[in-house]
Design a protein around this ligand. Structure first.
Ligand code: NAD
Length: 345
C-alpha cells in the first residue's frame, strides 16, 4: 500500500484527514514535526508528503525527499512561497489546494477589523474583571470609510463584497483587475494615500516582499488601520512597529507575521519570547494578532482534506495534476505539459 507522510500534524488536521483517507487505498503516517531538511528522513518509506505553510521546503529538503524516492509534495494550503519551485522542477511534483474557503479568510479579516476598531479584545478582558468602564474603547463607523484592498483574487473579492455591505468606499489594486468590477481600481500610491483601512490579499512574491515598508507607511493617512491575513513578509514588521509607535498607524490586525514559522501554531506560554518585535506588537493595545487561523473553519478543513487527497490520488494514478504548481507554468505556461493533459513534466 502506498504511504503518505503528513508533516506538522495538528489534532484538527488529523480529524479531517482520518475521515477522508477511508475512501482511498493509501495509508497516512502523521508526524508532528515540521518538514525541513533534517526531518525529511521521516518520510523514508513514503511516496508522497503532505506539507503546510510553515514547513521549510527548500532545495536541501527537496533533495533529501528525492533521494528517498518521494515523488510528490502535496501542500495542504494555497500559498507556496515556502517551496523552492525551481529546485523541485523536473524532479518532484508539487501540488496545492488553490481554494478551500475564501469565505473563511475574508470573514476572518472582517472579524479582525471589527474587533480592533470596536476594541472587543479589550472589552472582553475588562468585563471578565468586572470593569464596566468604556474609557478608551471609542471606535469609528466603518460606513462611509475608504478601504484599500490589495489583491482582488478569490479572497479579496469576497472581502470587498463584505465591505460594500458595510457601506464602505472600496479602492483596489491588482496587476490583473477584475473586468466589470463595481469598485475602483487605482495605483498603489493612491490607495496608500486615500485609504482609512488597508487590507492585504495578494500573494507573497519577490516583488510583493515588504510592500508595506517605511516609505509606504509614510504615504498613508495618519491613523490608518492595516489588516494582514495574507503573508507576514508583505509587511516590514520593524517599520510597522515604528509606524505604530509614532501614531502614523492607528491599529494593526495581523493573522500572519514574517517570523511566524518559529512561533505560530505552538504553545510558548511558559517561555520568554526572544523575538522583540513580536513581543512589542503583542503588548500594544491597538494591535490584534491571531496565529494564522483565518483559514480555520470546518468547511475549509473539509475542503483542504478532500482536495489534498484528490491531488495525491491523481499523482498515484499518473493522471494530470490539476493543482500542480511548477516553475515552467509560472515562466511560460504555453510550454508546460499540463496543457496536454499530463503532469507538468
Ligand atoms: P488569488 O490567487 O485568488 O488572488 C491573489 C490576487 O493577488 C490575484 O488577483 C493577483 O493578481 C493579485 N496580486 C498578485 N501580486 C499582487 C501585487 N503585488 N499587488 C496587488 N495584487 C497582487 O489568491 P487568494 O485565494 O485570494 O489568496 C490570497 C492570499 O491569501 C494567498 O496568497 C495567501 O498568501 C493568503 N491566504 C492566507 C490564509 C490564512 O489562513 N491567513 C489562507 C489562505 C490564503
Amino acid at each position: 500500500m502506498k504511504t503518505i507522510s503528513f508533516f506538522d500534524t495538528k489534532p484538527y488536521d488529523k480529524e479531517y484527514f482520518e475521515e477522508i483517507i477511508q475512501e482511498y487505498p493509501y495509508e497516512i503516517i502523521f508526524h508532528e514535526e515540521k518538514l525541513n531538511a533534517r526531518t525529511a528522513i521521516l518520510a523514508k518509506e513514503s511516496e508522497a508528503v503532505v506539507a503546510f505553510v510553515n514547513d521549510t521546503v527548500d532545495q536541501k529538503t527537496i533533495d533529501q525527499l528525492i533521494s528517498q524516492g518521494v515523488g510528490l509534495i502535496a501542500l495542504r494550503c494555497a500559498g507556496y512561497n515556502n517551496v523552492d519551485v525551481k529546485a523541485a522542477y523536473g524532479k518532484i511534483h508539487v501540488a496545492r489546494v488553490p481554494a478551500y474557503s475564501p469565505y473563511a479568510v475574508a470573514e476572518h479579516a472582517m472579524a479582525m477589523l471589527q474587533t480592533l476598531n470596536r476594541k472587543l479584545h479589550r472589552a472582553y478582558n475588562r468585563i471578565r474583571e468586572y470593569n464596566f468602564s468604556l474609557n478608551g474603547l471609542t471606535g469609528f463607523d466603518l460606513h462611509g470609510k475608504t478601504i484599500g484592498v490589495v489583491g482582488t483574487g478569490k479572497i479579496g473579492q469576497i472581502f470587498i463584497d463584505i465591505c460594500k455591505g458595510f457601506g464602505m468606499r472600496v479602492l483596489a489594486s491588482d496587476p490583473y483587475p477584475v473586468s466589470g468590477a463595481d469598485y475602483e481600481y487605482v495605483e498603489v500610491d493612491q490607495l496608500l494615500r486615500e485609504a482609512d483601512i488597508i487590507s492585504l490579499h495578494c500573494p507573497l512574491t519577490n516583488s510583493s516582499h515588504h510592500m508595506i515598508d517605511e516609505e509606504a507607511i509614510g504615504k498613508m493617512k495618519k491613523g490608518v488601520y492595516i489588516i494582514n491575513t495574507s503573508r507576514g513578509a508583505l509587511i516590514d514588521s520593524e517599520a510597522l512597529l515604528e509606524g505604530i509607535k509614532k501614531g502614523q498607524i492607528g491599529g494593526a490586525a495581523l493573522d500572519v507575521y514574517e517570523e511566524e514559522a518559529e512561533f505560530f501554531y505552538e504553545d510558548y506560554s511558559n517561555t520568554i519570547i526572544q523575538d522583540d518585535v513580536l513581543a512589542r506588537l503583542v503588548s500594544m493595545p491597538n494591535v490584534l494578532i491571531t496565529s494564522h487561523q483565518a483559514f480555520l473553519t470546518k468547511e475549509a478543513l473539509r475542503n483542504i482534506a478532500a482536495t489534498t487527497m484528490e491531488n495525491i490520488d491523481q499523482y498515484f494514478k499518473g493522471e494530470k495534476l490539476t493543482n500542480e504548481v511548477c516553475y515552467r507554468c509560472e515562466k511560460d505556461p504555453s510550454t508546460c505539459h499540463k496543457k496536454t493533459g499530463k503532469p507538468c513534466f
